[in-house]
Ligand binder design. Structure first.
Ligand SMILES: Cc1ncc(COP(=O)(O)O)c(C=O)c1O
Length: 365
């Protein structure tokens, strides 16, 4: 019997140690249309131009998509003023992290990221039988010296999300430049800028310029947040040519599907929708902070389209989460990020934000 069991297919070492990713909840039992503020999606949805382009793609669904996502590549390069040949597209930026890990990590290597860093970096690193090293974030913010303390000669990639999810904190351009200057040129520094468009802090800056100037920096962006296309799964990395050439060997041939390519390229033409999406967050973020604080909860400034609310204990956070669900509101209990006393709420539409504030006001710990 034992013999038969050990002869069944066995995952490679490390796979069963991976905590499978659990996304934000999207359903509440008995509530037909919950208010969903659990996944940092775009409250305004996607652009009408993106929808029209998606519809146009219907007639072409029998065709394979452009393997290099050429029209989308040109559109992204023009919009962000980047060299098209330095871009790699992924099925969400998640897939770009996966391709980086698969291309550069060997068993026994390690990646370094912040304690509360985005979970997707870790999953494929563990699948490569690499170690994940987490630098403490005592102030809920990535501290560069703490990152550097963990870097050794088996470190291949350092991941920083800037702004960071779920904390909403960010690192300054000086900090990022210092981190780069302290890393061996063989170590890749990935700056994940999924929430870039919502960062209006004077001490935040994109790292595209830094990446252009160095041979070991990758900046990632996504169409899931500001462009409201999370369901289509499109992200990209801006990387040195040598890295693109290596990663292109790992990329599956048609990883960005045809409607996604159409809709994402069209989304970049709709500056009015981009501006409105950003403005929705910039208008509501300070207002939500003020009102949540007035209810007696600690909530920090955030450079993303979400806020992290702290409760007195894990139990109270869990009770608040249950209470909000009973009121038909889904937000994210970030226990699996190592923050069991906190809930993360995405900035929603006007009426959704008001409903959330009213429901939170009714919560009694
Ligand atoms: C920090 C961070 N990076 C990347 C992503 C994933 O983006 P994508 O939808 O492009 O895979 C998210 C999504 O929540 C995120 O919070």
């Amino acid at each position: 019997m034992t013999d038969i069991l050990t002869r069944l297919p066995q995952p490679k070492p490390g796979i069963m140690d991976i905590h499978a990713y659990v996304g934000g909840k999207s359903k509440i039992e008995g509530v037909a249309e919950p208010i969903k503020l659990s996944s940092n999606e775009n409250a305004l949805g996607c652009s009408a131009l993106a929808l029209a382009a998606y519809d146009e793609a219907r007639a072409k669904l029998f065709r394979y998509p452009d393997g290099l996502a050429s029209p989308l590549r040109s559109a992204v390069a023009a919009y962000h003023d980047l060299e098209p040949e330095r871009l790699i597209f992924g099925n969400g930026s998640d897939e770009v992290f996966g391709m980086l890990n698969q291309t550069y990590l060997q068993p026994g290597d390690n990646i370094v990221t912040g304690e509360f860093g985005f979970l997707a970096y870790r999953i494929s690193a563990q699948a490569c039988q690499s170690e994940v090293r987490l630098a403490p974030e005592p102030e809920l913010r990535v501290e560069i010296p703490r990152i550097l303390e963990l870097v050794d000669d088996r470190t291949r990639i350092v991941y920083i999300s800037n702004p960071a999810n779920p904390t909403g904190t960010w690192n300054t351009p000086e900090e990022i430049a210092y981190l780069r200057s302290e890393l061996d040129p063989s170590v890749i520094l990935v700056i994940d800028e999924a929430y870039a468009e919502f960062a209006d802090e004077p001490t935040w800056e994109t790292s595209f310029g830094l990446a252009r100037a160095h041979d070991n920096i990758v900046v990632t962006r996504t169409f899931s947040k500001i462009h409201g296309l999370a369901g289509l799964r499109v992200g990209f990395g801006y990387a040195p040519i040598g890295m693109i050439e290596a990663m292109e060997r790992m990329r599956m041939p048609f990883n960005i599907n045809l409607p996604a390519q159409y809709a994402a390229a069209a989304a970049l033409q709709d500056q009015a929708h981009i501006d409105a999406s950003r403005q929705q967050v910039l208008n509501w973020r300070p207002r939500l902070i003020q009102e949540i604080r007035a209810l007696g909860y600690r909530v920090e400034r955030s450079a993303g389209n979400f806020l992290l609310i702290h409760f007195d204990s894990e139990q109270v956070a869990s009770d608040a989460n249950d209470h909000l669900m009973r009121e038909g509101i889904l937000i994210r209990w970030v226990k699996n990020y190592g923050l069991p006393q906190a809930l993360r709420v995405t900035v929603g539409k006007d009426d959704e934000n008001r409903a959330f504030l009213e429901a939170l006001a009714r919560f009694k710990a």
